[in-house]
Design a protein around this ligand. Structure first.
Ligand SMILES: Cc1cc2nc3c(=O)[nH]c(=O)nc-3n(C[C@H](O)[C@H](O)[C@H](O)COP(=O)(O)OP(=O)(O)OC[C@H]3O[C@@H](n4cnc5c(N)ncnc54)[C@H](O)[C@@H]3O)c2cc1C
Length: 592
């Protein structure tokens, strides 16, 4: 392998990037270089111990912690969108929950693109390529796991109770949250290495086993600043010849003979495209970048899931709060994990209930909300499209599909995720030193659309991220409905048996308006951002076609969550691995 030129250069060694790189280098005649801004963090216990997710270094050094612009609908608050900055990307810091979304939502991708290869049944083989399924053992089954679910050691009885509460409210119990019909409750599969019960990131699954391939080069601590273009290559033929990157403030270049694959994530990938002169020319010029290709919807159509919570006090003591309340107990539990992979750090279990509109709204409420959304459909599409008429059509098409699925009870607006221990907006030091039961209620089918754009030509300056949370009234109503549903779950059997009063939102929040006001002050990003380089026809404001190629370029593709045109009601990593598998297949097929 020449040290300077590779067949493929992958920008970002994250979830999809490592999947693509690993699959392409199965052919030993193909050379691939991966440029990753972070470092290889696989050796850190915060990364490999399941119960340590979200602690220590994982939310400092390993996180881009993108700040949003002040959010108009959330009291002007600046929120943080977390995204992993390490080999393995966001799977280094994610919560390992591994379900798939509703079949109809993947079908919507195909519908928007008039392409049957981007539908649930066509994509299922690519989901499966990225998974090794480990069924629960006898002990886990006895603890509540159903035969088709993959999960490890049970944390306490509380997750199972959470499932029970959803069931008692009428959610169907599902043996399989990945079957394309997740309107159900079950114990979530986790992305773990079952052989030794460690977390399994994209680095663990798609890099470490193949690290010694001579045709695969991974350069860490390398921040890509721009794609280099062949001079004089015109529209539809804009040709990447290499990539420029920074290592310790030193500028370096690497050549590419076939393709550049952008896999820097929903915020990172549009940033690199814009720094390379591809995007809305006005935005680029304002940032001091010379436009090379006017593609005005780069960075637009951004959507994110929105996190909220209800918490109750509980008098049971085996929750994750026990680890914070008693450091000596926490040390004992961690020692148990190291000794024989048992104890409270051995898993991060959740009961997952995916709610349908009928679980959240009365029929009359839903009819009114849908009628209002339909009456204002064009207005919202225009408002969300940032002055781009094609994208206004694209967003209108997305809303039409979403509202039609809402009517069929198929657009699943909320995840109701039961956790044994506090999960919410109040810091440990500011809340009563007690044990809690939490229901995380996450808005899963947002109609709001925002954007992310560079503001400077300096690659080290973060972009301006505007998710425009809660810009659509149906999103607000669903999130308020989610808190009411969470409250009902906390006092339904069997969770009622461990209920010792509500902590948040709090007994004084009685009306919908009270809940809405509280939520405006606390909701957070769920870190499931998608759509900023969406796969849609150009006539609908898309940025990539169904072969994931950037319109107007000869050899730049995108493989990451940014291509997702229509948000799906699931945690995203399984979907992003699938995109990586599909991208590799397209690239290899294209060459054959
Ligand atoms: C805190 C958190 C919790 C989550 N919990 C879950 C969960 O429980 N289950 C689930 O399924 N999903 C979860 N997700 C979401 C899921 O992990 C992500 O959606 C998915 O991993 C995104 O994959 P990606 O390939 O698009 O981007 P990433 O995996 O983020 O990869 C992008 C990579 O590009 C690198 N990069 C960016 N810019 C540059 C540049 N200029 N030069 C070089 N490299 C660059 C980044 O460092 C990163 O490694 C969570 C995400 C977060 C952040």
């Amino acid at each position: 392998v020449s040290p300077l030129t590779y067949d493929y250069v992958v920008v970002g060694g994250g979830t999809a990037g490592l999947t693509v790189a690993s699959r392409l280098t199965e052919d030993k005649d193909v050379t691939v270089a991966v440029l990753e801004a972070g470092f290889n963090a696989e050796g850190l216990q915060e990364v490999f111990v399941p119960g340590l997710i979200g602690t220590g270094i994982s939310f400092t050094t390993l996180d881009w912690s993108y700040a949003t612009v002040p959010q108009t609908n959330l009291n002007g608050r600046i929120l943080t969108v977390n995204a992993g900055k390490a080999l393995g990307g966001s799977t280094i810091i994610n919560s390992m929950i591994f379900p798939r979304a509703e079949a109809e939502q993947y079908d919507a991708w195909g519908q928007l693109n008039n392409d049957s290869t981007w539908t649930w049944s066509a994509l299922l083989p690519f989901f499966k390529k990225s998974e090794i399924f480990t069924p629960p053992n006898a002990l886990q089954t006895a603890s509540g796991a159903v035969s088709k679910l993959a999960f490890r050691t049970t944390f306490s009885s509380s997750p199972r109770c959470g499932g029970g509460a959803a069931e008692s409210l009428g959610f169907p119990a599902s043996p399989d949250l990945a079957n394309g019909d997740p309107h159900a409750v079950g114990i979530a599969p986790n992305s773990l290495d079952a052989a030794n019960n460690t977390r399994c990131s994209a680095a663990c699954a798609y890099y470490t086993p193949f690290a010694d391939r001579p045709n695969l080069v991974v350069i860490t601590n390398a921040t890509v600043s721009r794609i280099l273009w062949a001079t004089g290559s015109g529209y539809n033929k804009l040709t990447a010849t290499g990539v420029e990157y920074l290592v310790n403030n030193e500028t370096k270049t690497i050549g590419v003979s076939e393709e550049v694959i952008l896999s820097a994530g929903t915020i990172g990938s549009p940033k690199v495209l814009e720094l390379s002169g591809v995007g809305n020319s006005t935005i680029l010029k304002t940032a001091g970048v010379t436009p090379v290709l006017d593609l005005p919807t780069v960075g637009e159509n951004f959507a994110d899931h929105v996190h909220s919570w209800a918490n109750a006090f509980t008098n049971i003591t085996l929750t994750k709060d026990a680890l914070l309340l008693n450091p000596a107990f926490a040390a004992e539990q961690l020692a148990l994990w190291y000794k024989n992979r048992t104890g409270l750090y051995s898993a991060a279990p959740r009961s997952l209930g995916i709610a349908a509109p009928s679980d959240v709204f009365t029929p009359a409420q839903l009819n009114t909300l849908i009628a209002q959304a339909e009456a204002n459909l064009t207005n919202f599409a225009v408002q969300f499209s940032n002055g781009n008429p094609a994208l206004a059509k694209g967003i209108a098409a997305q809303h039409k599909i979403a509202l039609s699925l809402y009517k069929q009870n198929k657009e699943l607006p909320l995840e109701m995720n039961a956790e044994p221990g506090y999960s919410g907006p109040t810091a440990f030091s500011a809340r009563p030193a007690r044990n809690y039961t939490a229901i995380n209620s996450v808005l899963y089918a947002p109609l709001s659309r925002g954007r992310t754009h560079i503001t400077s030509s300096d690659p080290l300056v973060p972009p301006a991220v505007d998710p425009a949370y809660w810009a659509h009234p149906l999103d607000v109503a669903a999130q308020v409905g989610g808190i009411k549903l969470a409250r009902r779950m906390l006092v339904a059997p069997p969770l009622d048996s461990i209920y010792a009063g509500e902590f948040e939102p709090g007994a004084n929040k009685t009306t919908d308006a009270d809940i809405e006001e509280w939520l405006r002050g606390v909701v957070a990003s769920d870190n499931h951002e998608v759509g900023s380089l969406s796969m849609m026809p150009q006539s609908l404001g898309g940025v990539v076609d169904t072969s994931l190629k950037v319109y107007g370029t000869a050899n730049v593709r995108v493989a990451d969550a940014s291509i997702i045109p229509f948000p799906v009601s699931a945690h995203l990593s399984s979907t992003v691995y699938m995109i990586g598998e599909r991208a590799a297949d397209i690239i290899r097929g294209g060459k054959a």
